[in-house]
Design a binder for this molecule. Structure first.
Ligand SMILES: [Zn+2]
Length: 349
C-alpha cells in the first residue's frame, strides 16, 4: 500500500537538509527504470556537505547481482573502494522503480529507508551522513504527461506519542542543474543496463505502443530529454546510441557507429576521461581508457568493450563489502525486498 509523502510545511518544519541530484544520475536511473516492466533497484553515491547541510547525489549505480565469479566480484569491490575514495564519494541513498504505479513509498519502502538511514548515519553526530530514497515511476498510466515521476523521500523516525510506529515518509524537495558534460562511465553504465537485462522476459519492447499512438521508444525519449547534457551534438548522438541499443533499427545507423560517434564528440569536447568519475590511478579503468583510445573507427564493436572493468553496475556483495563494512548488511538487503529468484545474490566469499 503506497503512502503519500508528507510535506515539511504540513508539520510546521523546514526540510532538514538540501538535496541536489545530478542530471547524469537522473538520466541513468530513469533509463534503468524504463527498461523493465518489473521493479529495478540501484544505489546513489555523492557527497554530504555539513557546512551547507546539502546532500549531493552525483552518480547512480544500477544493481546487478547475477555474477557468480568470486574473483571478479572481489576485483569489482576493490574498484568501487578506489572510485569512492578517489572521488571522495560516499553512499547517499538508493533508488527503485514502481513500474506502473505512483512514485510514493510503500510500508516496505519506509522500513527499508529507515534501516538505511540508521546504517549510514555514522557513529557520531559529527560524522552523520543522511541517506535518501528515490522512487522512479516510468509507466504510471494515470499520469497525463510522458515523463517519469521521480520522488525523493526521507523517513522521519516515529516517536512514542505518534500514531504511526513505522516513521513518516517526508517529501524531499531537490534541485537539478543541467549537465554540461557526459562522461564515459555514464555511457558505459547506460549500455550495461541493456546488456544485463536484454534476455529477461520482462524487458520492455520499445517498438510496442505505450499509450494512444505513442511507442515506448518515443515515451522514453520524452522522459530522458531534460536529463541529457545541454550540448546539441552530444544530445543527438546520445539519443541515437540509446535508441539503437533498446530498439534495433530505430536510429538509422548501427549501435557500433552510434557509440563511435558519441565517443568522438565527447572526446572532441575534451571531456573524455579527464572528467570521468573514476580514478585514473585505477588499473582496470586505465585499461578501459587505453582500450577505447586505441580503438579506431573500423574495429570498435560493442562486444569488444571489456566487461570485466565495469564499475557502474555493481553486485550486492560489492556494495556490502565496500560501503557497509561490518554493519548488518543482510538485514538491509532483505528490506529492499529483492526476489531471490530474480536477483541471485552471492554471499561474500
Ligand atoms: Zn517501492
Amino acid at each position: 500500500m503506497p503512502l503519500e509523502c508528507t510535506d515539511w510545511s504540513y508539520i510546521n518544519k523546514v526540510q532538514p537538509f538540501h538535496v541536489n541530484i545530478s542530471a547524469n544520475a537522473k538520466l541513468l536511473l530513469d533509463f534503468h527504470c524504463h527498461l523493465m516492466s518489473s521493479e529495478v533497484v540501484g544505489y546513489l553515491a555523492g557527497n554530504w556537505d555539513f557546512s551547507t547541510q546539502t546532500l549531493t547525489v552525483k552518480n547512480a549505480y544500477p544493481f546487478r547481482s547475477r555474477l557468480h565469479d568470486a574473483e571478479l566480484t572481489s576485483l569489482i569491490e576493490e574498484e568501487i573502494r578506489n572510485t569512492f575514495t578517489a572521488k571522495n564519494m560516499v553512499l547517499v541513498g538508493w533508488y527503485h522503480s514502481h513500474p506502473e504505479t505512483i512514485a510514493t513509498p510503500t510500508l516496505r519502502d519506509i522500513e527499508a529507508q529507515l534501516d538505511y538511514e540508521v546504517q549510514i548515519k555514522g557513529p557520531t553526530v559529527e560524522s552523520y551522513i543522511p541517506c535518501v530514497g528515490i522512487i522512479c515511476s516510468p509507466y504510471d498510466k494515470d499520469k497525463s504527461t510522458l515523463d517519469s515521476t521521480i520522488t525523493c523521500y526521507w523517513v522521519l523516525p516515529s516517536f512514542e506519542n505518534e500514531i504511526h510506529d513505522y516513521g513518516r515518509p517526508m517529501n524531499m524537495h531537490f534541485t537539478t542543474k543541467p549537465e554540461k558534460s557526459l562522461t564515459l562511465d555514464i555511457v558505459m553504465a547506460l549500455k550495461k543496463c541493456v546488456d544485463f537485462n536484454k534476455y529477461d522476459p520482462d524487458i520492455i519492447n520499445f517498438k510496442d505502443k505505450y499509450k494512444n499512438n505513442v511507442t515506448y521508444l518515443e515515451k522514453l525519449k520524452i522522459s530522458l530529454m531534460d536529463k541529457f547534457p545541454k550540448d546539441d551534438t552530444i544530445h543527438r548522438f546520445l539519443w541515437n546510441f540509446l535508441s539503437e541499443i533498446v530498439c534495433i533499427g530505430s536510429s538509422g545507423d548501427t549501435a557500433k557507429n552510434n557509440l563511435q560517434n558519441l565517443i568522438a564528440v565527447i572526446s572532441s569536447r575534451q571531456l573524455l576521461l579527464s572528467t570521468s568519475s573514476f580514478s585514473t590511478s585505477n588499473p582496470l579503468i586505465e585499461h578501459l581508457e587505453s582500450y577505447l583510445q586505441s580503438c579506431n573507427a573500423n574495429k570498435l564493436t560493442l562486444e569488444d568493450v571489456p566487461t570485466t572493468s565495469d564499475c557502474s553496475n555493481i553486485t550486492s556483495a560489492s556494495i556490502a563489502s565496500s560501503l557497509f563494512n561490518d554493519l548488518d548488511f543482510s538485514k538491509a538487503m532483505s528490506l529492499i525486498g529483492l526476489s531471490p529468484s530474480r536477483y541471485q545474490t552471492d554471499p561474500l566469499k
